[in-house]
Design a protein around this ligand. Structure first.
Ligand SMILES: C[S@@+](CC[C@H](N)C(=O)[O-])C[C@H]1O[C@@H](n2cnc3c(N)ncnc32)[C@H](O)[C@@H]1O
Length: 228
């Protein structure tokens, strides 16, 4: 049975802060070091469709993402499309001890920046999210966090990726993704919402995170514990 709710916790307090080295203000939004923002912008110029935004996500969206995940029951966590690592550092701060954490990014520039950051505890994989089952070596993930720009994808690409995500999740697994507010009524975003409702037993969406360029919100989805 599918259950859809419009609200996550309205005012979840921040339980962890990004380290000082990852907070640099850009137009009032902490989005990582200037070098990361510049690298992200260059990737956007080179492949605007796949990158989908001109600057990395803010600390506020990153906090909303990790607040939406239950890390206590997650021994394998995956991040798809980490970009320059806006969510990655926050995920690392919340991971349970002994968890495996892999981040899969397709853009070579972001990959070299992520590798230079030496994020201990995170396996950084250069490849496509579509190959996730291969990167998991036959194992399943308890939590998949998406940094992908779903609104820029065709329905066919969304379906291919969602098939991969669904079959990579363990029973009871969580899927957390963000979407941009301005794209909410585009056909691609509507298709994504319908696909989430079809694929998961529970789909919730958060209030808008205004402190992000552009403003965004977060979907929190769960498979049933009896799902195959
Ligand atoms: C909207 S950006 C978000 C980056 C980062 N998560 C953030 O919030 O700042 C989308 C990211 O997904 C990556 N990406 C796009 N398609 C991908 C794919 N098929 N597999 C892995 N990464 C992908 C892009 O290169 C880009 O870094």
């Amino acid at each position: 049975m599918h259950q859809t709710s419009d609200l996550l916790n309205q005012s979840t307090p921040a339980r962890a802060c990004l380290p000082p080295s990852s907070r640099w203000p850009l137009a009032g939004f902490p989005v990582g070091k200037p070098s990361a923002a510049l690298s992200f912008f260059r990737s956007f110029i080179q492949d605007p469709v796949s990158v989908g935004a001109f600057c990395p996500s803010s600390a506020a969206l990153s906090r909303r993402i990790v607040d939406s995940c239950d890390f206590s029951s997650s021994s394998t966590v995956v991040e798809l499309g980490p970009g320059t690592g806006a969510f990655t550092t926050s995920i690392l701060e919340r991971l349970s001890t002994g968890s495996r954490f892999i981040a899969v990014e397709i853009d070579p520039r972001s990959i070299s920046l992520l590798r230079r950051r030496r994020l201990t505890g995170c396996e950084i994989i250069h490849g496509s999210a579509e190959d996730l089952p291969r990167f998991l070596n036959g194992n399943h993930a308890d939590c998949i966090i998406s940094g992908l720009a779903w609104g820029n994808m065709s329905p066919q690409t969304q379906n291919r990726l969602m098939d991969v995500i669904q079959c990579s999740l363990a029973p009871g697994g969580q899927f957390v993704a963000f979407a941009y507010l301005h794209a909410r009524w585009l056909p691609s975003s509507r298709h994504f919402r319908r696909r989430l409702a079809r694929s998961f037993n529970c789909v919730e969406s958060s209030p808008v995170v205004w402190r992000n360029l552009p403003p965004a919100y977060v979907y929190r989805c769960r498979l049933s514990h009896t799902a195959a």
